[in-house]
Design a protein around this ligand. Structure first.
Ligand code: COA
Ligand code: MG
Length: 287
């Protein structure tokens, strides 16, 4: 997978936003057919999504379909799979079993359209139902299409009857903090990137920068956006700085120069295997 730092949500029923999204510089767009589209607008949104997929792709084009528990899901897939989206975002799965079902649905439509099997990737919003919290370990065996895993801070609080997802001081509630951490672990457990959830206050770019930087430090490798202004900030935060790259290279070079050494010193600090792994991850992210 090419490196995906920023995913920009674009409501599927807005031609104007679809056009704007393509020029936003995002690594991927997520054309939304779910929560950003009213019931009455879903058929039109499917049509616009399919049209967009036939046009130029300055960014990867992903589509968020409706949950598999709704009748919309099959219609969404039927409308877009033949146009070969780069990926499908699946909201509200309960576990990897839902991804296996999705895999079957996509596979049948790929075959019908004569597309190479398995090329369309999937990313679950893996923490949106109460059941999902207890099955985050299941994604190891989900489907070879699994390309990344993300989480959401809106739907789960609503599903458990919470009226807030943040505390008065702005910190997430414990429920959100727990599933955010579990999402990072679930992604690592499944061997795929963890993608940070959206930052809804889209005028507050300083707040976004701080939030995204914290997410990157905790293990996320990219983040979803809801507004074009957020894309550049996310791209910057999730790209290693020259200083980080220089340090990572020094760590890797030091281990290479000392084959067989388990632990080494650099600038008065101890280095061992986790530091080497982290340095290699930084160099990998630098491309
Ligand atoms: N993708 C593409 N273009 C977008 C955009 C997005 N997500 N959000 C805003 N724009 C466009 C606007 O249409 C506007 O274009 P215009 O100048 O041609 O009218 C321009 O960027 C500036 O937008 P702005 O006026 O700052 O914001 P807004 O009030 O029009 O929109 C939202 C605010 C929140 C409604 C909008 O950002 C949005 O729809 N975000 C996506 C929501 C979504 O998909 N949610 C589901 C996942 S959580
Ligand atoms: Mg939602």
């Amino acid at each position: 997978m090419s490196r995906l730092r920023s995913f920009l949500f674009v409501p599927g029923d807005s031609e104007n936003k679809l056009a704007k999204g393509l020029g936003s510089g995002a690594d991927a767009l997520i054309i939304d057919l779910e929560d950003a589209v009213a019931e009455s607008a879903k058929p039109a949104a499917r049509g616009l999504a399919a049209e967009a997929l036939k046009g130029p792709r300055p960014a990867e084009l992903w589509v968020r379909i409706n949950p598999l528990t709704t009748a919309h899901a099959a219609a969404d897939l039927k409308a877009v799979v033949h146009a070969a989206p780069d990926g499908i975002v699946i909201p509200k799965p309960d576990s990897a079993a839902d991804l296996a079902r999705l895999d079957g649905l996509i596979g049948a439509l790929e075959a019908e359209a004569g597309l190479p099997p398995g090329r369309i990737r999937v990313m679950p919003v893996a923490t949106e139902t109460p059941a999902s919290v207890f099955s985050l370990g299941s994604y190891t065996a989900a489907t070879p299409r699994l390309a990344a895993l993300t989480w959401g801070a809106e739907d789960l609080p609503a599903a458990v009857g919470a009226s807030v997802n943040r505390m008065p001081d702005g910190q997430y509630t414990d429920l959100c903090r727990i599933v955010r951490s579990l999402a990072i672990a679930a992604a690592a457990n499944a061997g795929v990137p963890a993608i940070e959830t959206v930052y809804p206050a889209f005028r507050d770019l300083a707040g976004l920068r701080a939030y995204a930087a914290q997410g990157r430090a905790e293990g996320f490798t990219g983040m979803m956006a809801i507004h074009p202004d957020q894309v550049a900030v996310i791209g910057e935060v999730f790209t290693p700085s020259p200083a980080e790259i220089a340090h990572a290279r020094a760590v890797v070079d030091l281990f290479a120069a000392n084959p067989g050494a388990g632990t080494l010193a650099l600038d008065g600090k101890m280095l061992d295997l986790p530091h080497l792994k982290q340095a290699m991850r930084v160099l990998n992210a630098a491309g």
